[in-house]
Design a protein around this ligand. Structure first.
Ligand code: TRP
Length: 444
């Protein structure tokens, strides 16, 4: 099974340094090892922005620009727009049966967000239940790994729970995902708050021009107890130093600044000025790449369309398996069409022929399906099905050969049975090989 990543962002505007440290950096690093899908979660963005759907299209474009700017390679990574994959909505509905209201109510991230949002007319069901749709995002792409920031851990846990329940109830179709945290689980805001958040306005965006970055850095929150450059300052938990640690590659400079800060021999202004220099050096190439793509909007749109098409193909494949597993793949058609439909949808038998050397003239070579252990032969216009019991091989059914029998979609009792049942193929094969020719049932 290919190792696969699915992760995503709500398109509520351009992405910031918090996104980079929390997840983007990991995606760029892992895109060579993992088949990577990145979801622009516009349906999720609607859950608290449903009054302004007209903003989504421009925001989707901004987020795609950020992805490309930080180095996600469009030749490797599929950028998928959530609303253009309606199968996600379908899977969300099925998943709703597998989650209790009480579980949703306990989700700490959603609780926190509800507090911030201050929904005056009550919490919309869509917002409150978005962890279910996020579980569908992850499950439909059969991702094993989800690089995210710390605040998303409850969503991944929820997805794991749903997948486990689904697989237990309906059969093992879905993959239980793992979360992967970024180098820094949570980057504080420029105001010293726990995290960067657009609604609080404490962000530095990946596309911010130098003067904006400068202003943001120079007005950053630092040690509030420090009034003069000669006061000993605190480095721990000071966001200016947290940023230095993350974005300043010159570790010697950072160590020296920390020592001087503690000793009271450096000004806040100098520490910030050096942070600005480091941060700007980091952002410069990202900014340049972002502008280059922004000047080629048609190319960006094509990248989004291509990624979404590939993403949807995968989603369609999974949703068909989901419906099969849930036995809601009805086809209310004429019975003959139905047989053909079933044959088409069925797992194909994989025939391994035995007795090629010792051909049994009247029976034909015996074949065993390596999935389900079914035994059959084709001869003289007849399909025969056998069972092995002890030292005997017994014929169970005989019927005329259909066209399908000649192909891999070959049917005995329609489709191939459970691939994971405990069939000892070696035993069956050795038994068949051990049965002397004379013991074969004599068939006409
Ligand atoms: N909830 C994520 C955020 O707010 C966005 C998201 C939607 C996501 N679907 C996802 C993240 C699937 C990881 C996997 O940033």
């Amino acid at each position: 099974m290919a190792r696969r990543i699915l992760t995503g962002d709500r398109p509520t505007g351009p992405l910031h340094l918090g996104h980079y440290v929390g997840s983007l950096q990991n995606r760029v690093k892992l895109q060579n090892e993992y088949e990577t899908y990145v979801l622009i979660a516009d349906v999720q963005a609607l859950t608290d922005n449903f009054e302004h759907p007209e903003k989504l299209e421009a925001n989707i474009f901004e987020v795609a620009l950020d992805y490309l700017a930080v180095g996600l390679d469009p030749a490797k990574v599929r950028i998928v727009v959530q609303s253009m994959v309606p199968e996600l909505a379908e899977l969300t509905i099925y998943f709703m049966n597998l989650v209790t209201v009480a579980t949703l109510e306990r989700n700490p991230t959603v609780k926190e967000e509800i507090k911030q949002r201050n929904f005056t007319k009550g919490v919309p069901v869509g917002f409150w239940s978005y962890p279910i749709s996020q579980a569908a995002d992850i499950a439909i792409f059969k991702a094993d790994l989800v690089p995210v920031g710390e605040d998303q851990l409850p969503m991944i846990e929820q997805a794991r729970e749903i997948v486990r329940r689904f697989n237990r109830l309906y059969g093992k179709v879905l993959i239980e995902p793992r979360a992967m945290l970024g180098a820094m689980a949570r980057l504080p805001g420029t105001d010293g708050g726990a995290k960067m958040s657009k609604s609080i306005g404490n962000c530095i965006y990946l596309g911010d021009p130098p003067d904006v970055v400068r202003k943001r850095v120079m007005t950053m929150y630092t040690d509030p107890k420090r009034i003069h450059p000669t006061d000993p300052g605190t480095v721990e938990g000071n966001p200016v130093f947290t940023y230095h640690d993350v974005f300043n590659p010159d570790k010697a400079e950072v160590d020296e600044l920390k020592a001087r800060y503690r000793a009271g021999t450096v000004s806040d202004t100098e520490v910030k000025a050096r942070l600005y220099r480091a941060l700007n050096a980091f952002l410069e190439p990202i900014r340049a790449k972002r502008e280059a793509y922004a000047n080629r909007p048609d190319q960006v749109r094509q990248i989004i369309l291509d990624g979404t098409r590939k993403g949807r193909e995968l989603a369609q494949e999974t949703i068909a398996q989901v419906r099969n597993a849930m036995s809601i793949n009805y086809s209310f058609t004429h019975s003959r069409d139905r047989t053909m439909d079933r044959a088409r949808n069925a797992l194909s038998h994989v025939w391994k022929t035995v007795h090629e050397i010792m051909t049994v003239p009247s029976t034909g070579n015996i074949a065993i399906c390596w999935f389900c252990g079914a035994i059959r032969s084709l001869r003289n216009g007849k399909v025969r099905e056998f069972t092995v019991d002890g030292r005997n091989i017994r014929e169970v059914t005989t019927r005329p050969i259909f066209v399908d029998d000649e192909t891999s979609a070959n049917i005995i009792g329609f489709d191939c049975a459970v691939p994971d049942s405990n069939i000892d193929l070696d035993y069956i094969e050795s038994t068949i090989r051990g049965i002397p020719e004379a013991f074969y049932p004599s068939v006409d």
